[in-house]
Design a protein around this ligand. Structure first.
Ligand code: EPU
Length: 442
């Protein structure tokens, strides 16, 4: 298992390119089950989650091949299989995205229930209700969802949940409805850019989807889809994480392959806190320059569904606000218990208190390096931000969480001057941690 050793205090400077969006690439890959035609995807990030989904798709009879550094070619070669086993689904919840495409194309799916995870209770009731509304028979037994249908038929389905509408639920139902007979209308659909990307991809294969990016998506079922080519949108969460790291270290970083329109609420929030964010247009290319030139002002925000501040940035923003000139308040309306990073940040000297539904971050705090443990993907990014800004050396363990969703963040940070080293996790390998060092020195 790898860990990151980060020596903080170095302002990040330079230019870095964002990879393709994990949360767009995964449902798009799963939707390839809907067609027999070959699909070529570009801007697919090289991530552990992409590897896990490729493995699952291979089990389901899809030939998945890397045809370039960020390119995958996918083609269904065997339609006999319909089971997504627990061992793969537990590694990555996005595996649930195969459920809709499998029922729609193969008439049958058996997918392990993903269960809970470190960011809280994550039910899939809305996915199941949506598929039932499309005419699928659903049974939950032995930890698996079994769904079957001869042919799905269009319906009107609301995907509103207690914490907003569901993102992968919208992806699942939209993908399933593409091959249903008649018209499906999804109300209270998720508005996330990754849903728009999936709809654009499916339309490129011959689907008839309109309204993506609004709360009402209309899908006119078609008999079959063709193959095609598609390029995945840039990862807005990775881009914003890099912006936050630049600001936290009082550096200045230019980010390319970024769509600032996907980050409006985040850019607004960072500016409100006093960070400098410039959007530059040079010919076809948009670049965002993020800099931290002064002490930040404290802010109050709640993570909410798109177009709000994403829950996937709540932890990184919490880390950033430890250095603000006063107390900030943060809540997370999407995953109200997503605060596992708080106790690790406190190990680095942060003063964060749970209050009501969220946390209060006491500002004016210079963090100090410590050994910390990543608990989930975005928590590990928050720890990396904190470690880069902290005084001294930090060791972040369980970096496999980070590798699930960030394409070699360590190398990208290094290219910006960050003192980040990836080493094999063993107490002997931590620079400066050799307990006999004082004897050798003497
Ligand atoms: N919910 C229900 N019932 C459902 C589904 C969801 O009540 O059937 C609730 C959830 O418990 C949560 C809220 O609805 O409170 C939103 O959950 P959603 O279904 O939208 O989350 P998701 O689709 O499982 C995706 C991303 C997450 C991201 C959330 C919210 C992917 C693969 N995952 O998850 O990304 O946090 O949307 O934006 O797209 C990450 O990348 O680190 C990550 C966790």
């Amino acid at each position: 298992m790898d860990m990151l050793v980060i020596r903080g205090g170095q302002p990040l400077r330079g230019t870095v390119r964002t990879s393709g969006a994990k949360n767009a690439a995964l449902p798009i890959m799963a939707a390839c089950l809907l067609t027999d035609g070959p699909v070529r995807l570009s801007e697919v990030p090289k991530l552990a989650d992409v590897d896990s989904l490729s493995q699952l798709l291979r089990l389901l009879g899809v030939d998945v091949e890397a045809t370039g550094p960020q390119e995958l070619s996918l083609r269904v070669i065997d339609r006999q299989h319909f089971t997504a086993p627990y061992d793969l689904v537990r590694k990555m919840r996005a595996s649930i995205c195969v459920l809709g495409p499998l029922v729609a194309r193969r008439g049958r799916a058996k997918v392990s229930l993903p269960g809970g995870c470190n960011i809280g209770h994550r039910p899939i009731d809305l996915h199941l209700r949506g598929l039932e509304a499309l005419g699928a028979q659903i049974r939950v037994e032995g930890g698996y969802v079994e769904a079957s249908a001869r042919r799905l038929r269009g319906a009107t389905i609301s995907l509103a949940g207690p914490c907003g509408s569901t993102v992968t639920g919208t992806a699942n139902i939209m993908a399933a409805a593409v091959l249903a007979s008649g018209v499906t209308t999804i109300t209270s659909a998720a508005l996330e850019p990754e849903i728009v990307d999936l709809a654009e991809f499916l339309n490129g294969l011959g689907a008839q989807i309109t309204g993506q990016g609004t709360p009402e998506i209309r899908i006119e079922g078609v008999a079959a889809l063709s193959g095609g080519k598609y390029s995945v949108i840039p990862d807005r969460i990775e881009a914003a994480t890099l912006m936050i790291a630049a600001i936290a270290t009082r550096g200045e970083v230019t980010i390319t392959n970024i769509q600032p329109t996907h980050l409006e609420s985040v850019i607004h929030l960072l500016r409100e806190a006093g960070a400098d964010i410039e959007i530059e247009q040079s010919g076809e290319e948009t670049r965002v320059v993020a800099a931290g030139r002064r002490m930040l002002r404290p802010i109050e925000f709640s993570a909410t569904p798109y177009p709000g501040v994403p829950t996937d940035l709540q932890a990184q923003l919490t880390a950033l606000l430890t250095a603000a000139a006063g107390d900030s308040t943060v809540t997370d309306a999407v995953f109200p218990n997503r605060f596992m990073h708080v106790s690790e940040l406190c190990r680095m000297g942060a003063r964060i208190e749970h209050r009501g539904d969220g946390v209060v971050i006491r500002g004016r705090n210079r963090l100090s390096g410590a050994s910390v443990m990543a608990s989930d993907l975005r928590a590990s990014a928050a720890l990396a931000v904190a470690a880069l800004a902290a005084e001294g050396q930090s060791v972040i363990r369980r970096v496999y969480h980070l590798d699930r969703g960030y394409e070699r963040l360590d190398l990208k940070l290094q290219s910006l001057g960050g003192q980040v080293e990836r080493i094999l996790d063993s107490p002997d390998s931590i620079p400066g941690s050799d307990p006999t060092a004082f004897l050798k020195a003497a």
